[in-house]
Design a binder for this molecule. Structure first.
Ligand code: PNS
Length: 162
């Protein structure tokens, strides 16, 4: 049976152009893509869940088959609740692969009917991460070419209030 629904999970703290590129490409392959932000992230996010979701919603507003949600607990439980059998993850470099494979195999162990698909990141964003964007922005660097417009002002506001 063809899979129409795919879940793209992550912290998205904040969404970057690398994430957005993957979402755009996935939206051309799957009938519906749910971008799901992890609510209680042990990495202590800079942005609240509501802020991360708002930025994702603004960045994906022109993609009609993409929706934004948040989740807690096990990703496979969330995917099952949504009726999804596909999880998408971006791979930027070989160094991502080990951790991503570990997660994918653990998820398969937890729920064998859910499959993880890896999508290579766009070359021009292969060095990009939310962590590095936050650091550059905090130190006053220009990140406007690295994140969607919706994120630039939010980062600026966040860092001027710190
Ligand atoms: O953007 P990130 O931080 O790389 O995303 C990681 C995420 C949210 C996909 C991962 O931490 C996750 O799935 N967390 C939910 C908890 C879970 O299901 N853990 C078991 C799989 S290892």
């Amino acid at each position: 049976m063809p899979q129409q629904l795919a879940i793209y999970p992550g912290s998205f703290d904040p969404v970057t152009n690398g994430h957005l590129d993957l979402i755009q490409r996935a939206s051309k392959i799957f009938g519906h893509v749910v971008v799901a932000a992890l609510r209680h992230d042990s990495k202590d996010p800079l942005f609240t869940t509501a802020e991360r979701m708002e930025m994702l919603e603004q960045a994906t507003s022109e993609l009609p088959n993409v929706s934004v949600d948040s989740f807690d607990g096990l990703l496979v439980d969330y995917a099952r609740d949504r009726g999804a059998r596909l999880i998408l993850r971006g791979i930027r470099a070989v160094s991502d692969y080990e951790y991503e494979l570990q997660m994918a195999l653990m998820n398969r162990q937890l729920s064998s009917e859910i499959e993880t698909l890896f999508i290579p990141a766009a070359e021009q964003y292969s060095y990009l991460s939310s962590r590095i964007v936050k650091e550059v922005s905090r130190l006053g660097g220009d990140v406007s070419a690295l994140v969607p417009d919706a994120v630039v002002a939010r980062l600026r506001a966040k860092h001027s209030n710190l």
